[in-house]
Design a protein around this ligand. Structure first.
Ligand code: UDX
Length: 461
């Protein structure tokens, strides 16, 4: 990680005179994936940070130096931040209001039960808990992914509830961090987006991100509405790109083409580019699926549903990859009934280097196979604990060889490095049948076939 100038080494913004403002004190409300990472990184960058959550056990664990989820490098950075004395955690919103010059809202916006809309209850309750304690000039900065129009509504709410009234401003600063790369994406983001309604809010945000801006990070300053839209537009684009190549995989399946070659050929065109053009079992996780659904839902509410109607198809293509995977595994097993067929499922997390199983294609496929009567043994380097809680009906193994022992079909569902490095001869010696399904276009088909395996993949002959 590159060395970064702390906020004390940068020239602060000025309010019409020559006195640089001191670095702002930050609170981070919501210490889940986004919030914990943000709080830790900001403290390491030199700010005084207070992390706030209603979940006492989470606050206790973080205070004791334990990161409650898997993210490479974050435990070490948490230890560093705690040692520096610049990072503390609390459950008190009163303390937070007293402490912070800038409050970052990092709570979750999951999909509502029984609807495609985003559930804003955590955002609303964070604002409702904080605002009555805001007695001086402050900036509240939303980072959560929200339906367009939320920031305007929250501005009204916060001003109505805060004793400081219109001394409290709201800004929106969407976050683009990827799990597995959360630290780098926070400290060296591709860009910063500041949605503001005043020059003062922009100045405060520039002060809060001074060390990040000092390394040359581009800043896009815009209004609240556009800032809200940037995030869903970015995630929609990425989801569309993945589903585009997976739609081409469907066409390849019907015509005998090879989507791997197709994707490689497209990637050489700079205008298209190869990133997020990897065919396979498709996207999952806590962001892409629920964000495109919430966006489509919000657009429909606003009467512009037609403009993003394609997102419904993007979602459908993505989900069809899962059922196609089940069909291919059934074909590999000889077709017909799956009852008693033993399947080794390599992977449960929605992507490698994560323990996140939210809307995970891998686990979805494993559960579907189980429902069809297969005997499924799942292995995942980090997500087993979460997977077992969500799907206690599945069997779990501690390593790939144990999972594959006696298997009729081995299915690679999440492309962890260690699965890609499996020796087909060694695994071949423990399975009942040498049949491999590559759901992530991650294995060397020639090598596996040479070792006597029947190899199948999505979108490939
Ligand atoms: C995503 C966005 O990238 C991030 O900017 C946003 O803030 C949150 O959502 P994340 O959910 O961590 O981040 O995962 P990402 O690395 O974007 O992958 C999303 C999904 O797409 C994964 O399930 C991955 O397996 C899948 N994917 C990715 C593909 O199927 N093919 C690809 O080519 C790339």
């Amino acid at each position: 990680m590159a060395v970064i100038a702390g906020p004390e080494q940068t020239t602060g913004p000025q309010y019409g005179d020559d006195t640089p403002l001191p670095a702002p004190r930050l609170t981070v409300i919501g210490t889940g994936y986004l919030g914990a990472t943000h709080a830790i990184c900001m403290a390491v960058l030199g700010f005084d940070v207070l992390g706030v959550d209603v979940d006492e056990s989470k606050i206790k664990r973080l205070s004791e130096g334990e990161v409650p989820f898997f993210e490479p490098g974050l435990p070490q950075l948490l230890a560093k931040a705690l040692d520096s004395g610049r990072l503390r955690f609390t459950t008190s919103f009163e303390e937070a209001a007293e402490f912070g010059d800038i409050h970052f809202l990092c709570v979750g916006t999951p999909q509502q039960q029984g609807s495609d809309a985003a559930d804003l209850r955590y955002v609303d309750s964070a604002v409702t808990a904080l605002a009555p304690h805001l007695r001086r000039r402050t900036l509240v900065v939303g980072k959560s992914t929200v339906p367009v129009g939320t920031a305007a509504r929250l501005t009204e709410l916060v001003r109505r509830l805060a004793p400081a009234g219109d001394q409290v401003e709201l800004a929106w600063n969407p976050e683009f961090l990827r799990e597995g790369f959360a630290i780098d994406d926070t400290i060296h983001p591709d860009r910063l987006v500041f949605g503001v309604s005043s020059a003062r809010a922009e100045e405060r945000l520039r002060a809060a991100f001074a060390p990040v801006i000092a390394t040359g990070t581009p800043v896009v300053v815009t209004d609240l509405t556009t800032a809200e839209l940037v995030k869903v537009a970015a995630n929609s684009f990425l989801a569309t790109k993945i589903s585009y190549i997976n739609a081409m995989a469907e066409v390849c399946e019907a015509t005998g083409g090879d989507v791997r070659g197709l994707a490689r050929a497209l990637a050489y065109d700079d205008r298209i580019g190869g990133r997020f053009l990897k065919p396979g079992l498709g996207f999952g996780g806590g962001c892409l699926p629920k964000d495109i659904r919430a966006f489509a839902h919000r657009a429909e509410e606003l009467g512009v549903g037609q403009a993003v109607a394609f997102l419904r198809e993007v979602d459908a293509i993505n989900l069809r990859r899962r059922s196609r995977t089940v069909d291919l595994i059934r074909e590999l097993a000889g077709g017909g009934d799956l009852t008693g067929v033993r399947v080794a499922a390599l992977g449960a997390a929605f992507k490698p280097n994560s323990d996140d199983i939210r809307d995970a294609p891998a686990l979805d496929v494993a559960a579907a196979l189980h429902r069809l009567g297969a005997q499924v043994t799942v292995v995942d380097p980090e997500a087993t604990h979460n997977a077992r809680r969500a799907h206690p009906e599945l069997d779990y193994a501690t390593d790939a060889i144990a999972a594959a022992t006696g298997a009729d079909v081995v299915a690679l569902l999440t492309e962890w490095n260690q699965f890609q490095e499996i020796d087909p001869d060694i695994m071949g010696s423990v399975v009942a049948h040498r049949r491999i399904f590559d759901g992530r276009d991650a294995l060397d088909a020639t090598r596996w076939r040479a070792a006597g395996w029947e190899y199948r993949a999505l979108g490939r002959p």
